[in-house]
Design a protein around this ligand. Structure first.
Ligand code: UT7
Length: 330
């Protein structure tokens, strides 16, 4: 990863703005999830605009120009159109011409899936440099009265440029998925169900609700704190390092109690900087890992070149982890 850039939406939404509609409290949200505030995008802060802004910063951090980028890989679960791929529109927005571009849908594991794919493209000689983007506008999918989701999910974008380096900077990925657990996090209805409901409501004079994201928080939490230890250990083993060799740990910012549980079970030493961006950013799904890396680097808790374990996990139930060297920030 040669350079990193992020885009954080302008509007900061503190817990106080959310609690009334879900009969909650600032204290409950902070204690149970670690979230103090999140950012929700305004209408002009689209998936494409946020991605392009993050990508420009990532490119600026490397000195690589768009002509030298051979592919754009964009991870998201909240692009509200089925086509074209957001990556293609972002590439054009950045002034690229005839560049390979595609989206990846792997929930909150999306950034790490995209990173693994980009690293393989570069290693195989299929691309000189690949722009990897994780971006979400999950506020578009939130039922503001859903107690399990309304306070968690948030918006933002992060991008890295993946390219050749003297030494290995992205370790082998440990990844997988379990489609039998689809119900744990999902959009609650598809377009056809929604249109059928709208038609029925029109006929009966009733109402219909648009699709929303739904989560069985306890099921995901249980899976995360039991299954993901193995994913972390596999990623470390495949890179030939141990937790003692780490400078930083950057898990998906799902819940600070999940992060705490992973630190405990992996026996991560106190000297390792642990990403806690969730406190200010909420859970931004595919964007959370680049945003969290940026926070660690910007605050000085970690440095460019540090060895970090990344771990994305969520809907699917998909996960991906890899040991990396941290990039410079733009
Ligand atoms: O990014 C994708 C991956 N996502 C995740 O990894 C999320 C994983 N799950 C979680 O982070 C947690 O499950 C949540 C933060 C979503 C919920 O925390 P929890 O500790 O699992 O809460 P719970 O559902 O077990 O509910 C505990 C209590 C219940 O009350 P009783 O039955 O103990 O009296 C709930 O009714 O908390 C109550 N509760 C709430 N109270 C205030 C549930 N939601 C809320 C709320 N505010 N928003």
């Amino acid at each position: 990863m040669l350079g990193l850039g992020v885009y954080r939406p302008r509007r900061v939404v503190p817990n106080a703005e959310i609690v009334d509609r879900i009969e909650s409290s600032d204290e409950w949200i902070r204690t149970r999830s670690g979230i103090g505030a999140r950012r929700w995008a305004e209408p002009d802060e689209t998936i494409v605009e946020m991605s392009a802004a993050a990508a420009r910063k990532a490119l600026a951090a490397t000195g690589i120009d768009t002509e030298q980028v051979d592919a754009v890989v964009l991870a998201t679960s909240s692009q509200m159109v089925l086509g074209p791929a957001a990556a293609a529109v972002v590439a054009t927005e950045l002034g690229m011409h005839d560049t390979a571009a595609f989206d990846i849908s792997a929930g909150c594991a999306g950034f790490c899936y995209a990173l693994a794919s980009a690293a393989s493209l570069v290693r195989a000689g299929e691309a000189r440099n690949v722009l990897v983007i994780g971006v979400e506008r999950l506020s578009d999918l939130l039922d503001p009265t859903d107690r399990g989701c309304a306070f968690i999910f948030a918006d933002g974008a992060g991008a890295v440029v993946v390219g050749r380096a003297e030494s290995e900077g992205i370790g082998p990925v440990a990844w997988g998925s379990d489609g039998s657990q689809t119900a744990a996090i999902k959009q609650d209805k598809d377009f056809q169900q929604y249109f059928a409901e709208v038609a029925a409501a029109e006929a009966s004079g009733g109402t219909s609700e648009r699709p929303y994201i739904r989560m069985n928080g306890q099921a995901v939490f249980r899976w995360a704190v039991t299954f993901l230890e193995k994913a972390c250990r596999d990623a470390l083993d495949r890179a030939g390092v141990t937790v003692e060799d780490l400078d930083a740990f950057v898990p998906h910012q799902a819940n600070s109690r999940i992060t705490d549980a992973l630190i405990r079970v992996l026996e991560v030493p106190d000297t390792v900087a642990v990403a806690r961006d969730i406190a200010e950013a909420g859970n931004t799904s595919a964007a959370s890992i680049p945003l969290a890396m940026e926070e660690l680097l910007r605050s000085g808790a970690a440095q460019q070149g540090d060895t970090a374990l990344l771990l994305g996990f969520g809907a699917g139930l998909a996960y991906a982890g890899q040991v990396v060297r941290l990039p410079s920030i733009g």
